[in-house]
Write a protein that binds this ligand. Structure first.
Ligand SMILES: Nc1nc2c(ncn2[C@@H]2O[C@H](COP(=O)(O)OP(=O)(O)OP(=O)(O)O)[C@@H](O)[C@H]2O)c(=O)[nH]1
Ligand SMILES: [Mg+2]
Length: 458
């Protein structure tokens, strides 16, 4: 792997924050980081110093001999800590009061309450992790699904960073070739075969394209695939919705036209988060509220990734499929033959490859989820486990900018119209973009934006 450009280690003022969620709990972890941490610890902890990186039971005092609490304390001397600074982690009893009182004492002795994401920000500034990994920390904490968590873990592990660093290294090599060309302009063909530069550019473009190709998948992993349950009234859409999410969320009655509004719930599919939407049954409604509901269903169908065309007979499935195709929806359509626990006629059983499902018995639900997964994988790729997935719009925008610069360079180079010096400007911009992506340049600005959404204590 190519080495990330490291910064020299700095120790900032000393910050403190609760690293665990506030409120009722067995323990609360307080984090202290910065150059003054040992001095503050010496004032409040006994014994102190303790053995580095070994959890040690300490008394915490108010600094005047008043005993406050017993806590398990771990000392990470710089630079071997999360932030790269001296870090002290104090595990107190949980609850609202105890950790707050301890933090109050540490602040009285000179620590400052940390800003959101400030610990991770320091980790980036000290070269403990790059910006892509820091974003992965936030994504990991916020991950609403296994798919998002897996992508974040891979990114935290440096998967995306390695790709970006390799790309940057490849571009630096092309730059070096160009520099050679610039230094010997009088040579007819130049000492560097143009073919060689072209090959190098094409290979860099191919790597960029491979990453950019994961953008639709990444978006789906982050936002979830919209799966709309559609069908005629009373075919069992809301019952299927409830069965899939595992609780009674949507109202079910035997009266056709029960569901009026669209109801959404997210479930963790095998490979994707699924945003299931239960909709009003499609028919020519006379009732004004129902008609609005039907229009809403139609809009949802048009925006869906997958439509479950539900029906309790092959005719009703055919009807809904027809309505979906009339709406010009681009979604994958899966037929679901509902109420399979009631008698299914021989003709119905095979209804255009429909999945037989019963909300009452739960039969066919797993198969239906597998079909949804299959359709999405067909459209968005199943992921090879090797190529990291681009899940953030910041990454997409920067990779696209780098690609545009490389393409500009390639065209000029191919036409032979660009002097090598001008071509080199495109290349420099592309390199700069990648450095911005990983956080080795323009870092303060980007950090402000990235860490504004972090939680305090991370
Ligand atoms: N036996 C059986 N009955 C079902 C099943 N699913 C739904 N039903 C019944 O069918 C009726 C309609 O169910 P809903 O889930 O409300 O149907 P819907 O498609 O949402 O209806 P609308 O919201 O009116 O469009 C209810 O009486 C349910 O109990 C099933 O799998 N088996
Ligand atoms: Mg309903």
């Amino acid at each position: 792997m190519t080495e990330s450009p490291r910064r020299s280690l700095t120790q900032g003022d000393t910050i403190v924050a609760l690293a665990t969620p506030p409120g009722r709990g067995a323990i609360a972890v307080i984090r202290l980081s910065g150059q003054d941490a040992p001095r503050i610890a010496a004032r409040h902890l006994s014994p102190w110093p303790i053995e580095p990186r070994v959890a040690t039971l300490c008394e915490i005092s108010d600094g005047y001999g008043g005993r406050m609490e017993q806590a398990l304390v771990t000392w990470f001397p710089a630079p071997n800590s999360y932030t790269g600074e001296t870090v002290i982690e104090i595990s107190t009893h949980g609850g609202d009061l105890t950790p707050a009182l301890v933090i109050e004492q540490l602040v009285a002795s000179g620590a400052r309450p940390a800003e959101p994401g400030e610990f991770t920000r320091r980790a980036v500034l000290n070269g403990k992790m790059d910006l892509l990994q820091a974003e992965a920390v936030a994504d990991l904490i916020d991950a609403p699904s296994r798919a998002m968590r897996d992508a974040a873990v891979r990114q935290l592990d440096g998967g995306l960073s390695r790709r970006v660093l390799d790309l940057r290294a490849a571009m630096l090599e092309i730059e070096a070739l160009l520099a050679y060309d610039i230094d010997f302009p009088e040579e007819d063909d130049g000492p560097v075969p143009r073919e060689r530069v072209l090959r190098a550019i094409d290979s860099a473009l191919a790597s960029l394209d491979q990453l950019l190709a994961t953008v639709p998948r990444g978006e789906l992993i982050r936002s979830g695939a919209v799966v709309v349950i559609a069908g005629e009234p009373n075919v069992g859409k809301s019952s299927l919705f409830n069965a899939l999410i595992g609780r009674s969320r949507a109202i079910v009655t035997e009266i056709p036209g029960t569901t009026r509004d669209a109801i959404e719930a997210v479930i963790d599919g095998d490979r994707w988060p699924l945003r299931l939407v239960d909709t009003a049954g499609i028919r020519d409604a006379t009732d004004v509220v129902e008609r609005l509901g039907v229009e809403l269903s139609q809009r949802h169908i048009q925006g869906a990734h997958v439509v479950l065309a539900c029906g309790d007979s092959s005719e009703s499935i055919a009807h809904v499929r027809e309505s979906v195709s009339r709406l010009g929806a681009s979604a994958a359509v899966i037929s679901a033959r509902t109420k399979s626990d009631l008698s299914v006629g021989a003709a119905d059983a095979g209804a255009a490859g429909a999945v037989l499902v019963s909300a009452t018995t739960g039969a066919g639900l797993r198969e239906l989820l597998a079909r949804i997964d299959g359709e999405l994988s067909k459209l968005y790729g199943a992921g090879d486990g090797d190529t990291p997935v681009v899940t953030r719009s910041r990454h997409r925008a920067i990779l696209a900018a780098a690609r545009a610069e490389l393409t500009g360079f390639r065209e000029g180079w191919l036409a032979g119209v660009l002097p090598a010096t001008v071509a080199a400007v495109h290349l420099r911009s592309a390199v700069h973009s990648l450095e911005e992506l990983i956080g080795s340049v323009d870092v303060e600005d980007v950090l402000d934006r990235v860490f504004s959404s972090f939680c305090v204590g991370k």
